[in-house]
Design a protein around this ligand. Structure first.
Ligand SMILES: [Zn+2]
Length: 325
């Protein structure tokens, strides 16, 4: 109850602030990163319970998002273009998908329709081992046992304090060895041949998401380095090139994680801090810690774009404060 009142209050504060802010009408030039995970073919597919609660974005929702971005005058760029340096005075957007779900193939029609690039950050071992993502597997088990949405979220967050090996050990012990087997095309990662074909599309760029979706801030520096380097190597073997960008799993990064990424040859890094990135990117640190907004299905794309376009949004500032960036 209290959560819902606070959330409605914040949303109202966002709307009022954006309506009164001159920035909302003429925003300062920036690079906006936007983050997606899974894509659903239709609204009916949203309720199938195979995936952990997520942004609920359908292909139509994704199309509305791209259309709204182009209408708002944003220029869609790849990480390579970010690395090459963005001309000041223009607004840019990087479209990103994390994890490496096979369902991301549904984005292709939209990318081709609008002729815009997107970057897909893939955890390479999930691809090579055809392994479901632990949060989906865990969510299925807990939902089957009757857990509430809130309890589910709390238990998922508690597991995020462990390394990936630790998380998978907990799941196997609680639910058996088959727990990480994917159930369908909706929850499974790409296979290596599928990813190779997908990466051949001219609008697709691949990015590093570590070998095992490791939350880097839970690792020693040597483990950070091996997770990032193995992903670079395995993706290069699959698709023929080593990525230029990394999305830190769960958005968690630290000076040591940035150093490990840079040492592996990565030039652009993405967090999940909901903020615009001033253009030109002033320092290496700013290029390696870019903010990204989440786009939510079932909410008006143009309203969400107004939030991405404003230099200050109360709810985003609060989220950034809470996340400790
Ligand atoms: Zn991820």
């Amino acid at each position: 109850m209290l959560r819902s009142v606070v959330s409605k209050g914040l949303s109202l504060a966002d709307d009022v602030f954006i309506a009164l802010s001159p920035d909302a009408r003429r925003p300062a030039a920036a690079l906006v990163g936007v983050l997606f995970h899974s894509l659903y073919a239709s609204r009916e597919q949203l309720c199938n319970g195979l995936l952990a609660p997520n942004q609920g974005v359908t292909v139509d929702g994704f199309r509305n998002f791209v259309e709204a971005a182009l209408e708002a005058g944003y220029h869609v760029v790849s990480p390579e273009q970010v690395d090459a340096g963005l001309e000041p005075g223009r607004n840019y957007v990087v479209i990103t998908f994390d994890d490496g779900y096979y369902n991301n193939t549904l984005a292709l029609d939209v990318l081709e329709e609008f002729q815009v690039p997107a970057t897909f950050f893939v955890s390479s071992h999930h691809v090579l081992q055809n392994k479901a993502f632990w949060w989906d597997a865990f969510s299925r088990q807990l939902t089957r046992a009757g857990a509430t949405h809130r309890a589910l979220k709390a238990q998922i967050n508690a597991l995020k304090t462990l390394t990936n090996d630790g998380i998978e050990a907990v799941l196997r012990e609680r639910f058996g060895n088959a727990v990480l087997q994917p159930h369908s095309d909706l929850d499974r990662p790409f296979t290596a041949p599928e990813l190779r074909d997908f990466a051949r599309n001219k609008w697709v760029r691949l990015g590093n998401h570590t070998r095992d979706h490791e939350i880097l801030t839970n690792c020693l520096p040597s483990e950070m380095a091996s997770q990032i380097q193995a992903c670079q190597r395995e993706l290069a073997e699959i698709c023929g090139y080593a990525p230029v960008a990394i999305a830190y799993p769960n958005g968690n990064c630290s000076p040591a994680a940035i150093e490990a990424a840079a040492a592996a040859g990565l030039r652009v890094g993405f967090t999940v801090r909901p903020t615009r990135n001033a253009v030109p990117l002033a320092t290496e640190y700013s290029r390696m810690t870019l903010g990204r907004f989440m786009f939510w299905g079932g909410q008006d794309a143009r309203v969400q774009w107004r939030k991405f376009s404003s230099s200050f949004v109360p709810s985003n500032a609060l989220r950034t404060l809470i996340s400790g960036y």
